[in-house]
Ligand binder design. Structure first.
Ligand code: SF4
Length: 383
């Protein structure tokens, strides 16, 4: 089964400051490389178009790193090129991840002028002490101001919040959520602070200097966000993501969760391309310099390319698909893997209140979402 839709993910790997918990492919900002990197991304897009053929373009997503550091000319060049290469869908999403310090009324109107209609703001917290602990550049005032301006000027706005740092109470978390709700963005993403290898926080934890709450507290905070946002009408349409209406959901992220195709350009970007019944996973070379010196190509020897087995495709589909409230389609699973999910295991997980089945659809319950890794593991590892 081949895919018709395609999304484009552009990874801009530069940040003004490297946060101590972040394990993305990031580098200290180097403005003098921006022009060359943009050129390399445009070249890379063309090689992807050769590989994908004509497709319906569902989304263009600028992530990173900090793509709000990009100049308007570079954003425009990429957006125009993408829309020349693939056929824009009627509801094409063009989204940019932005740090609060990069947001001003002037910037917002520039972004709008090149077609950006969704902004995802990395506020993370509205508490100065927490922002300091997280090593962020901005403060609570600039986060609030940026969010207010964006809600005022951009059609669809999301903000990220981080929870689960050591010492956080449910009262504190409720107050953070209330501050966001007062501004009313259409979308809120809540990420649990996790300790990733090779980060400053991982080194602190190794020294015995804890950074995150324990599992029980983390479950309380997870429940609380669902209750607080649910009470005022936000739908938890994905484990970490809440939207006021269906139009506020991230169409780009839904491509990932629903097993669709996406181009990944920029250093370290991941991509998926299905064609002739086969699905290829790609990872662009990590270092900006290597990428600019010829790694920037779907067919380049320094791009990691792997033909995914049916098992790998089915596994990815379950792991991603159970994250969203729509769940997975059993017939799609069958088409991807050539086998069935074990019926007895499914029934047991339904009886345990972790899964729900509705015809062809299998979905995780609220309780199941809390232990999603273990539910997916149980589903995939039974004979
Ligand atoms: S700004 Fe975002 S991408 Fe950059 S280091 Fe911080 S968390 Fe990571």
């Amino acid at each position: 089964m081949d895919n018709e839709l395609i999304g484009v993910y552009v990874h801009w790997p530069f940040c003004t400051r490297l946060c101590p918990y972040c394990d993305f492919n990031i580098y200290k900002n180097k403005p003098d490389l921006a022009f060359e990197l943009t050129q390399a991304i445009v070249d890379d897009l063309r090689t992807w178009r050769e590989a994908s053929g004509s497709r319906t373009l569902a989304s263009i997503h600028f992530g990173g790193g900090t793509p709000s550091l990009m100049s308007i000319d570079h954003l425009r060049a990429i957006i125009e090129e993408v829309q020349t290469l693939w056929d824009p869908n009627v509801d094409l999403e063009i989204a940019l991840e932005a740090n609060p310090d990069d947001i001003s009324r002037e910037k917002l109107s520039q972004w709008k002028s090149v077609g950006i209609e969704r902004l995802s703001i990395g506020a993370q917290s509205f508490d100065d002490d927490v922002l300091k602990f997280l090593g962020r550049n901005h403060n609570s005032k600039s986060a609030r101001r940026a969010l207010e301006m964006a809600v005022d000027m951009i059609p669809r706005v999301s903000t990220d919040l981080i929870y689960g740092w050591l010492g956080q109470t449910t009262d504190h978390w409720r107050r953070e959520l209330e501050q966001v709700l007062a501004i009313e963005p259409g979308h809120i993403s809540t990420y649990q602070l996790t300790i990733e290898d090779k980060t400053a926080f991982a080194r602190a934890e190794q020294r015995g200097d804890a950074r995150v709450v324990d599992t029980d507290k983390s479950a309380d905070l997870f429940d609380l966000v669902g209750n607080v946002l649910g009470e005022v009408g936000y739908d938890r349409y994905e484990v970490s993501n809440f939207a006021k209406t269906a139009k506020d959901q991230s169409r780009h992220n839904k491509l990932y969760w629903q097993g669709e195709d996406y181009v990944g350009v920029g250093p370290g970007a991941h991509g998926r391309l299905t064609g002739a019944g086969q699905r290829t996973a790609t990872i662009a070379t990590l270092k900006p310099q290597d990428y600019m010196e010829g790694g920037a190509s779907f067919t380049s020897p320094v791009t990691t390319r792997e033909l995914m087995s049916c098992e790998a495709r089915a596994e990815e589909y379950v792991l991603m698909g159970l994250r969203i409230s729509e769940g997975i389609s059993l017939s799609k699973f069958r088409a991807l893997s050539g086998c069935e999910l074990p019926e007895e295991v499914v029934d047991q997980l339904v009886r345990d209140g972790l899964l729900m089945q509705n015809g062809d659809k299998l979905m995780a319950t609220e309780q199941g979402r809390l232990v999603l890794d273990s539910v997916s593991h149980t589903l995939l590892n039974e004979p």
